[in-house]
Design a protein around this ligand. Structure first.
Ligand code: NAD
Length: 501
């Protein structure tokens, strides 16, 4: 059984209307068309964004290029930029209820979680502001009496930032403040399903004192607006978070002009659990890892790799714990699993479950969409007896679906963990230090959690191995990623003529 929180109708709701932010001004898109967003939990239109065109994207890129080339932002001191970013952080904190509400009703995520994400985002803006003041290069005073080498870090230029729908405000906050701290200008395209909070961020940045043209925000589809942002010659770098499929397309597009790319893509993250683990802690983390954000999470712990000796017991306990998870109205503070982003995506999740069951997996919990009178919801689902070659064991389901596999030896666990194309994150559970560290060193993933799962900190780099991406966000790497390296090779005194005399 699943505990259901039936959604209440949004009464007296006023649809929010948004424009584009180009060169410091709020403008309509050139097509006059708009995109309507329905709340996934309530089935009614809540936001209306401009359906921008390629021409709008190009105007935004031109504004970002001008702002970069005239130096209004990149020639400020690090301290000046940092102060503006700190002001932005305070304004985000002040408007965090409004931003969390928008993320909640546009994406279907629970309101309590959306508020926590806003808290995390404020911390990232503050952290990026601090890093911006400390961005520096290197010097070489060891190259001989006549030579001094200085390695500068310079802002890379105009950055296209393209984000997905699953963490609308958090993901733009993992990119934009670092790009700004480095001195870059940006064109930002949020997902066409969840653009609201990114557009409010535009208001905040203007109020904080970010000069016109430094941040431009265009809304619309990937094909119409995103693609031009990845090919345009005036763009120096593309920072993309989304599916591996579109990530590959983005890299191919960017290759036409050899832009730098930073890609945060999909994951199919294993949690490996040994018999000596603290099982009560693990059971809760397994449920959290699989169902957090309705499983619509690149970091979802969607593959459990359990030691055969404890598998039956652990699956039964996870099923019992899953039954306590409250599913339903994203606006209810009790809800832990909200709505699924679109009806089409719900059908895709359901298809994965049906195919797995047909292929021999057991449904140990849930297994079906839930009918709550409005919106679209999926029951937390456990699939056991999953084989490593099944689609649910290898592909990103992006729903609250946990696939359980088993192992006997540590080597086998590592082999199963590493047997797929993704390498974003992984968890290992054991009280034995050697076991944790061996798994930590042998599993090919950008983050390994030991006796915990999906904890994060602004200081810790995040990103993927293999087809989970290229580059790292957060941590020091984040700001450095948005820079070019320039060598100043300086000669002291007269240069001896030695080459042709
Ligand atoms: P998506 O790839 O469909 O879309 C992501 C963004 O790219 C959207 O803004 C979309 O409009 C845009 N886009 C689509 N086609 C484009 C094109 N041809 N050119 C340029 N832009 C284009 O992904 P999604 O469905 O919005 O998000 C879910 C995916 O994001 C999942 O695969 C998930 O794992 C991944 N994700 C990864 C991370 C991470 O940090 N690794 C974080 C969150 C989400």
């Amino acid at each position: 059984m699943t505990i259901l929180v039936r959604p209440r109708a949004l009464e007296d709701f006023k649809v929010r209307e948004f424009q584009l932010l180009i060169d410091g001004r709020w403008v309509d898109g050139s097509s006059g068309a708009s995109i309507e967003r329905k709340s996934p939990g309530h089935g009614v239109v809540v936001s209306r964004y401009q359906a921008a065109t390629k021409a709008d994207a190009e105007r935004a890129i031109a504004a970002a290029r001008r702002a970069f080339d005239t130096g209004t932002w990149c020639r400020m001191t690090g301290a000046e930029r940092s102060n503006i970013l700190l002001k932005a952080a305070e304004l985000i904190a002040a408007r965090s209820d409004e931003l969390a509400y928008l993320d909640c009703i546009e994406s279907g995520k629970p309101i309590s979680q959306a508020k926590a994400e806003l808290g995390g985002a404020v911390d990232i803006w503050r952290y990026a502001a601090a890093l911006g003041r400390d961005l520096h290069g290197e010097s070489y005073n060891t190259l001989g009496e006549g030579t001094l080498g200085v390695v500068l870090r310079e802002a890379i230029g105009v950055v296209s930032i393209i984000t997905p729908w699953n963490f609308p405000f958090l993901i733009v906050s993992q990119k934009l403040p670092f790009a700004l701290a480095a001195g870059c200008t940006a064109v930002v395209k949020p997902s066409e399903l969840t653009s609201g909070s990114t557009l409010v961020l535009g208001e905040i940045l203007m109020e904080a004192g970010v000069p016109a043209g430094v941040v431009n925000i265009v809304t619309g589809t990937g094909a119409e607006v995103g693609a031009p942002m990845t090919v345009h010659p005036d763009v120096d770098m593309v920072s993309f978070t989304g599916s591996t499929l579109v990530g590959k397309l983005t890299m191919a597009n960017a290759a036409q002009t050899l832009k730098k790319v930073s890609l945060e893509l999909g994951g199919k993250n294993p949690q490996i659990v040994f018999p000596d683990a603290e099982l009560d802690d693990f059971i809760d983390a397994a449920v959290f890892g699989a169902y957090f954000n309705a499983g619509e999470c690149c970091n979802a712990g969607s593959r459990l790799i359990i030691h055969r000796d404890i598998a039956d017991d652990v699956v039964a306990r996870i099923a019992a714990h899953s039954a306590k998870v409250k599913v339903g109205d994203p606006l209810d503070p009790q809800t832990k699993v909200g709505a699924i982003i679109t009806p089409e995506h719900l059908a895709k999740i359901d298809g994965y479950v049906r195919n797995a069951a047909t292929g021999g997996a057991n449904i140990s919990h849930g297994g079906e969409p839930l009918e709550l009178g409005m919106g679209q919801f999926m029951s937390p689902t456990i699939l056991s007896a999953v084989q490593p070659d099944m689609a649910v064991a290898r592909e990103e389901v992006f729903g609250p679906v946990l696939s359980v596999l088993t192992f006997e030896t540590l080597d086998e666990a590592v082999r199963i963990a590493n047997s797929i194309d993704y390498g974003l994150s992984a968890g290992v559970w054991s009280r034995d230090f050697d076991t944790c560290l061996t798994i930590g060193r042998q599993v090919r993933a950008g983050t390994i959690w030991m006796n915990t799962f999906m904890d994060g900190a602004s200081e810790l780099p995040f990103g993927g191995y293999k087809q989970s991406g290229i580059g790292r966000e957060l941590g020091r790497h984040a700001v450095e990623d948005y820079t070019e390296t320039k060598t100043l090779n300086m000669h002291l005194g007269r240069r001896k003529v030695v080459w042709a005399s």
